[in-house]
Design a binder for this molecule. Sequence first.
Ligand code: HEC
Length: 177
Amino acid sequence: MSLRPGVRAVLAAMVLAITTSACDDQVKYVPWFATMTSQPSVETYEAEPMAPVAGTVPAGFERNLDLLAADTLLTNPLAGTPEEVERGRVLFLQFCVVCHGDEGKGDGPVVGPNRLPPLPTLNLLSERAVDLSDGYIYGMIGNGRGVMPSYRRVPAEDRWYLVKYVRKLQEQASAAE
Ligand code: HEC
């Protein structure tokens, strides 16, 4: 019997539909297909998620030390070249000058009556401040203390430039005495 190609195609489609419907359910009863439904693969969420190796930190991680730890553990990695001091000056104008003043005397524009009280510790040129370690000043920037907010948004490496600039201001002040 010869059928026209169109009719043959329709018949083929019907046969295919009948033989493959509910295929998903039945295929597992066919022995050589069972290997697909039960295979030694790991099911979703079956394994414990991988935890980071103990004692490691993510790349770019910045550890913030508190004041005491910064004071005792950290030393300034910068030599204090004129370029480094200049970078510190730019950062100081950006972040510190409002309170500490452009010379670091603690007389910034926000200090005064009905504003920030003129605390003696605002003066970065005091004997006390000169005696602070580089690590302590670094820690002050990262943590703040009392009325001074944390300047953690200043990237850790930039804080060292600020420390160099504070030292520079202190040197200038003592030279002028
Ligand atoms: C919003 C005002 C403000 C800004 C901005 C500010 N400080 Fe301070 N800072 C203070 C105050 C107030 C104190 C005194 C806090 C206290 O005595 O507890 C202080 C204290 C300090 C001290 C400690 C002095 C000491 O004798 O212990 C250092 C060092 C210091 N600031 C550095 C900086 C640096 C560097 C910046 C810029 C990143 C900065 N501060 C920005 C308000 C500010």
